[in-house]
Write a protein that binds this ligand. Structure first.
Ligand SMILES: Cc1cc2nc3c(=O)[nH]c(=O)nc-3n(C[C@H](O)[C@H](O)[C@H](O)COP(=O)(O)OP(=O)(O)OC[C@H]3O[C@@H](n4cnc5c(N)ncnc54)[C@H](O)[C@@H]3O)c2cc1C
Length: 385
């Protein structure tokens, strides 16, 4: 078996894949089109499955040290009533950790720090992938040509590699929701680590960080492409009657820090995560709505599973077949569950449906809610070392 790989994309998934491949002795080049290697997003929550994958990559402790355990909080109504309480201690008892909240920039830096600078080709956009012969695959980035034994396409939801390999696939579609988010400029006095508040066709949530700042996000059911002249002002007027600390989180935010993206997803599942010697990973393979906070966690699972398969199987072909068999059913099931969670969450707008959902949530014992969460979190990684 060969041992050189090109990873297209230096996001969380691509960096994790590169770390995993290096841990099994492969020579890896990461090609990233952005001129600076960073994640511009706000914050991220990592569940036990993502953290276990990070442990296998050797970076779990560093990420935990930089994160805050999400022990308290839950789901609320705009008036502040509780629909469900989150029990971080119960999760910790069941899977060894609560969900951890961390700034994306920190997670990205910790992953990047595991890779030698010479393995990162920054400011290079991959145009296409060519299967040269059964054993070699080529990545073309303008004038630069890179040949390898394996290509990992971790080029995100708008993956060019995916459209090239699956030209008949419809690609990502708009989920119906647009999201505005930011990290506060200063610490905010929060009585909980994590909250989600559901109104009619709108959601507001926060994740507290260990330095007292927090990331917040506002999800709105609006037509694709809707943009606001002054996003922070727009949110203040939409959410000013919602419970504390929502207005305080908005007040602690610089206008320039607000990011606004439409939420797209890969609604039509891919028929395979591998073609020849190319493996798709992360959002390129299974971009999902963020309702379960699992997109990056699934990308981390992909990375460890791919490296473990390559370390164990006798040929790249057998390893890729195993990767596809292990990752496709699970990640596509999580994507389906995330879409369903979105439908039952902020996307629900009919008053009767909202009232029924709220009653059902209030009546669900917290142990049952924890059991539902554990379906996704209780993943055991294959060993890399
Ligand atoms: C609002 C929101 C909240 C979320 N919250 C969570 C959460 O709490 N927990 C969680 O687990 N997940 C969460 N997710 C999902 C998570 O952000 C993604 O699943 C994850 O970032 C995907 O990582 P990736 O590396 O696959 O893709 P990306 O992060 O998109 O990285 C792709 C990289 O490839 C580069 N690239 C693209 N094309 C090329 C090319 N042709 N050549 C070279 N480079 C290229 C891009 O510049 C980029 O750096 C959330 C998503 C959203 C939208």
């Amino acid at each position: 078996m060969g041992d050189t790989a090109v990873v297209v994309g230096g996001g969380i998934g691509g960096l994790a894949a590169a770390i995993g491949l290096r841990r099994i002795g492969w020579d890896v080049t990461v090609v990233e089109r952005a001129p600076i290697l960073e994640d511009a997003g706000a914050g991220i929550s990592l569940a036990a499955n993502g953290l276990r994958a990070l442990d296998e990559l050797g970076v779990g402790d560093a990420v935990r040290d930089a994160s805050r355990g999400q022990y308290s909080g839950g789901t609320r109504t705009p008036q502040g009533g509780w629909l469900a309480r989150m029990d971080g201690s119960a999760l910790e008892k069941a899977v060894g950790t609560p969900i951890m909240g961390v700034p994306r920039s920190t997670l990205h830096r910790l992953l990047r720090d595991c890779l030698p600078a010479e393995s990162l080709l920054i400011g290079s956009e991959a145009d296409r992938v060519e299967q040269l012969d059964p054993g070699t695959v080529r990545v073309c980035c303008g004038e630069t040509v890179l040949d390898a034994d394996l290509v990992v396409a971790a080029d995100g939801i708008g993956s060019k590699v995916r459209s090239q390999l699956f030209p008949a696939h419809p690609g990502p579609v708009y989920s119906g929701s647009t999201v505005l988010r930011a990290v506060t400029e200063r610490a905010v006095d929060l009585s909980t680590d994590f909250e989600l508040t559901w109104g009619h066709g709108a959601e507001f949530g926060h994740i507290a960080f260990h330095d007292g700042r927090a990331e917040w996000h506002a999800v709105l059911s609006l037509p694709a492409g809707t943009r606001f002249a002054d996003p922070l002002d727009e949110l203040r007027s939409r959410f000013h009657t919602w419970h504390d600390p929502i207005p305080a989180l908005l007040d602690a935010t610089r206008p320039a820090a607000v990011l606004h993206h439409d939420v797209d997803e890969l609604r039509t599942p891919l028929p395979s995560y591998t073609v020849g010697r190319t493996a798709l990973l992360g959002d390129a393979a299974h971009a999902m709505t963020p309702n379960l906070g699992q997109g990056a966690c699934q990308a981390l699972e992909d990375a460890v599973t791919l490296a473990a398969a390559l370390a164990t199987e006798a040929t790249v072909r057998a390893a890729l077949a195993r990767y596809d068999a292990e990752r496709r059913p699970r990640s596509q099931a999580v994507a389906r569950a995330a879409r369903q969670a979105g439908r039952m969450g902020q996307r629900l707008s009919h008053p009767l449906a909202v009232a029924l959902r709220n009653t059902a949530m209030r009546l669900t014992p917290s142990r049952a809610a924890t059991r539902m969460i554990l379906r996704h979190h209780a993943w055991v990684p294959p060993r890399l070392s």
